[in-house]
Design a protein around this ligand. Structure first.
Ligand code: TXA
Ligand code: MG
Length: 333
């Protein structure tokens, strides 16, 4: 069981064909057994033994986006152990583009089952140190390939339905998928603005868990950009007065708004101030998001106020992760 870098986040890899190896992944992460794993391959030639069908939509996606941050859900073959798919009759297959991930899978000469290499419930790791902080003593090694470029996990697309459906937004955008496949649905839980209830069951089991959460309470503040920083600064002030504690308060800002917080009066200025990047370049925001959430923990923030971002392109994945980190606590500015 070895952690390795991919272009999205670090994965915790083991032999996908060995049930006992796969069980150890679940144990190391503290992951619920009903949440299936993605099987990683280095070459399309590795796919046929793993699947019982490879629909035309899967082939189109392979040609357009592999290697890259896209996981494709197809009917599985009997070779895939139940532990990998949590008993489902489908399996998620992904061919990562990161050269170290490719070299690792090739060297193993096996399909590699790999969830994100974080403790279950923690933000996904985007550096080797993040993995080490969560899993040292529980895994054999971390292959350190530096920081991950994409920073949010792969897009998960189910092509077993008549209309392909995005179960998890990620590195490949909804717009990119539609350009290749035409019609593409989005699982309602992906864009949900409230906690899903019993009638609203996500089709990707992983999406039902509170994920990506730092230890602090996270609040999203949504509204016109002219008023959001003012609202956040006033929330910082209110929180400080109410709690009369020196507990650190963090703000996740953007390059466009950073100076408003940095130059605010000391009574409302956040203790921890991080810019996630420019609103003009959401890729930057995606790449820094999980690391920023971990920094909030390291600085022992008790509460985090975050700006929100447009849901275009990779923004859909950013907002999905932020909403989950905030457990859907959203304040309208
Ligand atoms: O970018 C990524 O996908 C990273 C890197 C390491 O490749 N991996 C990753 O794995 O994020 P994990 O286990 O953290 O997330 C896998 C997601 C979960 O939400 C899981 O429920 C979903 O994929 N999934 C896996 N197999 C599935 C299946 N057969 N049907 C529906 N959802 C599935
Ligand atoms: Mg994960």
């Amino acid at each position: 069981m070895v952690a390795f870098p991919t272009e999205t986040v670090y994965g915790l890899g083991a032999n996908a064909l060995d049930p006992s190896a796969v069980r150890r992944i679940f144990a190391a992460k503290g992951r619920p057994a009903d949440n299936p794993l993605i099987v990683h391959v280095a070459d399309p030639e590795a796919i046929p033994p793993l699947v019982s069908d490879w629909p035309p939509a899967a082939q189109k996606l392979l040609q357009a986006f592999w290697p890259g941050p896209l996981s494709i859900i197809v009917p599985r073959s009997p070779l895939i152990p139940d532990q990998v798919t949590a008993g489902l009759d489908t399996v998620a297959i992904r061919m990562p583009s990161h050269p170290v991930a490719q070299a690792f899978i090739r060297a193993c000469r096996l399909p590699i089952a790999a969830p994100s290499a974080n403790l279950s419930g923690r933000p996904s790791p985007t550096t080797g140190i993040h993995v080490w902080n969560d899993l040292q003593g529980k895994i054999a090694a971390v292959v350190d390939g530096g920081p991950c470029q994409v920073g949010v996990e792969s897009t998960v697309v189910d092509v077993t339905a008549p209309v392909p459906m995005i179960l998890r937004p990620g590195g490949i955008t909804r717009e990119q998928l539609r350009a290749v496949l035409g019609e593409v649905d989005v699982d309602p839980v992906v864009v949900a603005r409230a906690k899903y209830d019993q009638q609203f069951t996500p089709r990707s089991p992983g999406m039902k868990y509170k994920h990506y959460a730092p230890r602090a309470e996270v609040y999203l503040v949504e509204g016109p950009l002219e008023v959001v920083p003012k609202q956040i600064l006033s929330l910082v002030g209110q929180y400080r007065q109410k709690h009369r504690s020196r507990a650190p308060i963090a703000v996740l800002a953007s390059d466009e708004t950073f100076s408003e917080y940095a130059s605010a009066a000391a009574t409302v200025r956040p203790d921890v101030l991080i810019s996630l990047g420019s609103r003009e370049r959401l890729e930057e925001v995606a790449a820094s998001l999980f690391s920023a959430l971990r920094t909030c923990d390291q600085r022992q923030a008790k509460v985090v106020f975050s700006e929100t971002f447009p849901e275009d392109g990779v923004g859909l994945a950013i907002m999905n992760r932020l909403c989950k980190a905030a457990a859907f606590r959203i304040i309208k500015a």
